[in-house]
Structure formats: C-alpha cells, structure tokens
Ligand binder design. Structure first.
Ligand SMILES: Nc1ncnc2c1ncn2[C@@H]1O[C@H](COP(=O)(O)OP(=O)(O)OP(=O)(O)O)[C@@H](O)[C@H]1O
Length: 200
C-alpha cells in the first residue's frame, strides 16, 4: 500500500475532500483549479491539518484525527517538490541540493541523472523554471525521503521540455521505487506517469 488518504478540510468558502486507498506506487491527483489538490499534498506533508480523517503512507500513520495522532512535518520524511520550486535564493545550487541531504556522496549521481551537474555553482535566480524544478527534485531526493510529493511538475514547460520532464519523472519513479503522488491538470500525463489516477 502506498497512500491511504481520507481527509476533509474547510478552507475559507471551499471544502477540500478526497478519499482513496492506492496499492500502486505512483498515484496522480487530477482535477480543476481550486478543487484542493495542493491542499491535499500539504495535508500529506503535514503543512496543513485536516478537520477530519487520516493520512497513511507506506503503512505509516502520519495523521489520524480520531486518534489525535499527528506526526510533525519534519518527521514525515516527505520529499515535497512545490509548484514554484522554492529554492533558497541565498544558496547556490550545490548548497540548495545539500540542504537537508542525508548522504552528500550521492550529490554527483543525482545531479548527473537530473542533468543539473553543470548548474552546481549557479544561483537560483540564474536558472530557468525547468532547471529550478530539476534542482528541487534533486534536493528532495537527497533528503532520503520515504515518499515523494510533486505539485504540477510539468506546468509552464514547452512541449519538448515537457516530454523530457516526463521521462525524468519516469526515471525518478522507477529508480527510487518510492511511493509517489503527483498533481496535474492533464489526464493524459497522469495516465502515462501513474498506474493510478484519482480525480477530485
Ligand atoms: N490560505 C488560504 N485561505 C483560504 N482559502 C484558501 C487558502 N489557500 C487556498 N484556499 C482555497 O482552497 C481551495 C483549494 O486550493 P488549492 O490550492 O489546494 O487548489 P488546487 O486544486 O491545488 O488549485 P490549482 O490547480 O489552481 O493549484 C481553493 O478554493 C482556494 O481558494
């Protein structure tokens, strides 16, 4: 079992709710803008607390409102790649990658596999959107996570870059073997990258 999620949260006027149990390693969360996809990732990462329900990943209970159980975000071992990369602007790419790294010796391998080895001495402000996102994926992988959360990893890429990014995600998925939850607007991408598609 990868993800066992059943959460409800009121945010302003919106009611965010989803429930699914996935045996598959890779799960896509699809749905229209504003339905609450990012909020669900935040609840799984421990950045938002659901009003009711539970979050279990890889059999581990991270939130169980009925049992008053809540693992703090920094103990969840989530590799969360945010929609806007969120690199530290005052750290170069190398130090961004090593931030929170469990095993710095993996830097070279991961940088090579993400095609960012030539960017290690650059500053985040000198990266394209796609490069920044690859660095964010690298930083998440180096933190030795138990699972991966990717928020719209393909948005704002042109057709060619999108295809490259999809191949990269397939490789990360297959090489890491980690439970992976990916948010996208695009049903076709969801079906290609993930054995399970959850609609919100
Ligand atoms: N800080 C906030 N306070 C109140 N409501 C919020 C807040 N952040 C988001 N919302 C609302 O919660 C709902 C879910 O937002 P969320 O960002 O999770 O949706 P989403 O499906 O990820 O959207 P998108 O695809 O546009 O990124 C929306 O209706 C949004 O307006």
């Amino acid at each position: 079992m990868s993800f066992d999620i059943d959460v409800t949260l009121r945010r302003g006027d919106a009611l965010v709710a989803t429930a699914f149990v996935a045996e598959e390693q890779a799960v896509a969360l699809v749905g229209p803008s504003g339905v609450g996809k990012t909020s669900v990732l935040d609840m799984i990462a421990g950045l938002l607390r659901p009003d009711r329900g539970h979050v279990r990943v890889g059999g581990r209970v991270l939130t169980d409102r009925a049992a008053r159980a809540e693992v703090p975000a920094h103990h969840r071992r989530a590799g969360y790649v945010f929609q806007d990369a969120r690199l530290f602007p005052h750290l170069d790419v190398r130090r961004n990658l090593l931030y929170g790294a469990k095993d710095a010796a993996r830097l070279a391998t991961i940088a090579a596999s993400l095609d960012i080895a030539h960017l290690l001495d650059r500053w985040p402000r000198a990266l394209s959107g796609g490069e920044a996102r690859r660095v964010a994926i690298g930083r998440a992988l180096l933190s030795d996570p138990d699972f991966l959360l990717l928020d719209e990893p393909l948005s704002s890429l042109d057709v060619l870059r999108r295809e490259e990014a999809m191949r990269l995600i397939e490789r990360v998925r297959d090489d890491s073997g980690l439970p992976l939850l990916l948010v996208t607007h695009d049903e076709r991408e969801a079906e290609r990258l993930c054995a399970r598609v959850v609609r919100m």
